[in-house]
Design a protein around this ligand. Structure first.
Ligand code: MIG
Length: 781
């Protein structure tokens, strides 16, 4: 109790902070190379430097043995063949690829990584790579005055992570997410440094509890882990976008999600019966509010047993699901990992009889308390268990379910430590290891088990998975929602940098609970949050038991009307958003971007928390505070148009923008274009026409955007059933030219024309449309 009062700051508490003594790796004794890898035997341990691609180099320190290079859960790429130039002298060894160079000083071992022009990316000083006898491994790097840090996955606080200390240990945090609340549910031990317009990345591939200290020392930062190897990758950039491409080359990219998962989703902890779910669905239809999915939280189950339905409240789930499906709505049930200890429950019986649960070394099953009461936990580190768990999902897919929501997969357990006993011994596909080592990948492997099996079961349809916990690579399986936020304006504010940093961490499909999960939301907050949600990659309204319901109509006509407008707006933007999701799936470059991603030269964008971009030409500047109808908007280089008013604004300036409660400031860059359509009540319905909105400029620059579409629900696009149109816009003093020269793919959409709307045309400008000949789609003015 007293810890919550000023007593916590008792003057007697002050302690001299003792400097921790690390053992430095020491000088190089011998070294040799093998393919792309250089092995160094140093005085106090071993180091390997492995060139992965021309622009990615991996560094591994092992205290006692030759580094192990083949046991990552996160990395899916393999090293490429390349030429490495070597220069050696008594003092140093220089290794060069086309895009970067590693300079190794031998006495003691110190590593500098430079780009191809010898600009320093990562540099060691007095301290380098080191460890402690307790197993801790650490890397110290010089911090430049102009370094700004991003990424680190799901963190509270501001966009620029300089000056903070971040821990990776997947944790269920219901307590309010404050600026210093850390860690949260996801562990992405990765960051990007932006320095004077150039970017590089570091991925620390270690599943133990890791800590990134970007705060304690002004000249140095460090990253460390409680155990394992010091194993990290340096990505050369130099643009923020190329860092993302490099990082997702290593850890994989989001598969193209089904279109419906980009639509609006409604959730509640919990809709308690079929009747209630049907009512919610009907309300959306009757009120002309588009919707694509309704989520079922834990009350659908029989006593919270996974893979069951409560027979009284959900007597006919198959009927419910097919009826909703006819209305264009999918049902997404929650699946938690905990399996109730119940001798009469088949899933538990199978788990015990087939030996599938997490156990102690001595053979006892680990039990922990979660919703169903005392429960056992599948050991997802075992191939056999992943298969079993995945197969269990036939229970859902057989009745028409295409989306699953994984919660509590940190794993969360109701006890002091909030998780499983760290001494539980996981099977780990034949290389047993304790939970302390594998905790952070529990959610990732549950995701893998779920996604892979659903993909098999859905006969060619794309599955959708939503997860709370994850590790680097989770984007290969799931979208991420940011857990238990609250209905606070501060949490709306914080959701922007949080989702932007998730995007910078390779996870483009993310979003917060719109409206806030815990606490009672209010009309104004729900409206402003829905405006933001319409543009966050993942768009779901969810709220908690015991608090106000927050479906779009809960605050009366006036607010319902505004909320409807913005959910409909989401659907108008669907062609543009889907194209951006496609781009993210092939490049890793996120849909929702901080401005610094497009304007890395502009320091004003380095910590811009309250604005974001959709793609490379649209800036969203939402109102994020109560009673506010005017806000400052910073517009970077270029000329910008307010989409609603048509007013033009000069870039590299801050403008005061007015936005009533029913308005969301959106700016499009002149000389560019966006693809929209009329809204539909869900993504099943194909739009009749597409609308290409071109914003005339006079800059003589040409703008390119690849529009992408396909059937939205199968993998047929992998066999050529897609439509790709290279759109080119060029504005000069006397003409705006729109060209769709290049079409590819065999997908034939329901629409056959693209209406071109040119905004802000000058009297002296004419519009020239250059249609491609070989297309079923024509451009019309
Ligand atoms: O806190 O399943 O973050 O979205 O509604 C209880 C009940 C466990 C936590 C999730 C939340 C979900 C809730 N769950």
């Amino acid at each position: 109790m007293l810890e919550d009062t000023s007593f916590a700051l008792h003057p007697g508490n002050e302690q001299q902070s003792k400097a921790v003594i690390y053992r430095d790796i020491g000088s190089v004794k011998t070294y040799r190379s093998e393919d792309n890898t250089y092995y160094f035997h140093c005085e106090n341990g071993y180091i390997a430097i492995q060139f992965f691609t021309n622009s990615i180099v991996r560094v591994v320190m092992n205290r006692t043995n030759k580094p192990e290079l083949n046991d990552s859960y996160a990395v899916v790429a393999t090293p490429e063949k390349m030429d490495i130039a070597e220069e050696t002298s008594d003092e140093q060894i220089i290794l060069k690829t086309e895009r970067l160079e590693a300079v190794i000083q031998k006495k003691p071992f110190r590593l500098t990584v430079n780009d191809k022009d010898s600009n320093v990316l990562l540099e060691e000083g007095e301290r380098g790579m080191a460890y402690r006898e307790n197993g801790e491994v650490i890397a110290f790097k010089k911090m430049n005055d102009n370094d700004h840090f991003y990424g680190f996955g799901e963190k509270s606080g501001h966009l620029d992570k300089r000056g903070g200390k971040y821990e990776m240990w997947n944790t269920d945090v219901y307590a309010p997410h404050n600026p210093e609340t850390d860690p949260l549910y996801e562990s992405i031990p990765y960051f990007m440094t932006l320095r004077d317009g150039r970017a590089h990345g570091v991925f620390f591939d270690n599943t133990f509890r890791t800590t990134f200290d970007m705060k304690s020392d002004r000249e140095m930062y460090s990253y460390k882990a409680e155990g394992g190897q010091l194993d990290y990758y340096v990505m050369a950039g130099p643009e923020p976008k190329s860092v993302l491409e490099q990082y997702t080359h290593l850890t994989g990219r989001m598969p193209l999600p089904p279109k419906w998962s980009l639509g609006y989703q409604q959730s509640r902890y919990s809709y308690q019966s079929e009747t209630e779910v049907r009512e919610v669905a009907e309300n959306f239809i009757n009120k002309n509010i588009p919707i694509d999915a309704i989520h079922l939280d834990i009350h659908y189950m029989n006593g919270f047993r996974v893979f069951t339905f409560d027979k009284e409240k959900f007597p006919n789930p198959e009927q419910l699901i097919s009826d909703l499906r006819e209305m264009g709505i999918r049902v997404v049930p929650i699946v938690d990992p905990g399996v109730k200890k119940d001798a009469e429950y088949a899933v538990y019986q199978e788990g015990i009889n087939q030996d599938l649960f997490c156990k102690y070394m001595e053979g006892d099953v680990y039990f922990g308390e979660v919703w169903p009461g005392v429960s056992a936990f599948p050991d997802f580190t075992d191939e056999k268990v992943r298969k079993w768990w995945g197969d269990k999902h036939e229970f859902y897919t057989e009745i028409g379910i295409e989306g699953i929501w994984n919660d509590m997969n940190e794993p969360a357990v109701f006890n002091e430590t909030k998780t499983m006993d760290v001494s539980v011994m996981h099977r780990n596909d034949g290389r047993p290891a304790v939970h302390r080592e594998l905790h952070n990948i529990y959610g990732l492997l549950m995701g893998q088990a779920t996604y892979d099996s659903m993909k098999e079961q859905l006969n060619g349809k794309r599955p959708f998975l939503l997860t709370r916990a994850g590790f680097s690579g989770i984007q290969r399986y799931a979208a991420v929602w940011t857990g238990d936020n609250r209905s606070f304006w501060e949490h709306l504010q914080m959701s922007l940098p949080m989702v932007m940093n998730l995007g910078l961490s390779g996870i483009p499909f993310a979003g917060p609970d719109v409206g806030g999960f815990a606490h009672d939301t209010n009309a104004e907050l729900l409206v402003r949050w829905t405006q933001v949600g319409a543009f966050t990659p993942y768009f779901r309204n969810h709220s908690a038991l015991g608090f106000r319901y927050q479906e779009p109509w809960q605050f009366g006509e006036k607010y319902e009307k505004i909320i409807r407008k913005f959910i409909q707006m989401r659907y108008k933007w669907m062609p543009q958003l889907y194209s951006l999701f496609y781009h993210a799936s092939v490049s890793g470059i996120p849909v929702m971007r901080p401005l610094l991603m497009e304007f890395p030269e502009d320091m004003k964008t380095y910590n811009l928390n309250d604005q974001f971009m959709i793609g490379d030409n649209v800036i969203i500047a939402p109102v994020l505070s109560p009673s506010v109808t005017d806000r400052a908007v910073y517009l970077p280089k270029g000329e910008w148009v307010d989409m609603e008013t048509g007013a033009g604004y000069q870039g590299e300036q801050t403008h005061l923008i007015h936005a009533e409660l029913d308005q969301l400031p959106i700016f499009v860059k002149r000389g560019t274009a966006i693809m929209q359509t009329e809204w539909t009540s869900n993504t099943d319905k194909s739009p009749k026409d597409l609308n290409l909105h071109v914003y005339a400029g006079e800059n003589n620059e040409s703008y390119q955007f690849t529009f992408y579409d396909d059937d939205g629900e199968t993998f047929a696009f992998e066999n050529g059933l897609f439509l790709r149109i290279a759109i080119e816009v060029k504005s000069t003093a006397d003409a705006v030219t729109v060209n769709t020269a290049e079409h590819s793919g065999d997908y034939l959409p329901a629409y056959d024309k693209i209406k071109v709307h040119v905004h802000g045309l000058d009297d002296s400008q004419e519009v020239i449309l250059n249609n491609s000949d070989n297309t079923a789609i024509s451009l019309v003015k």
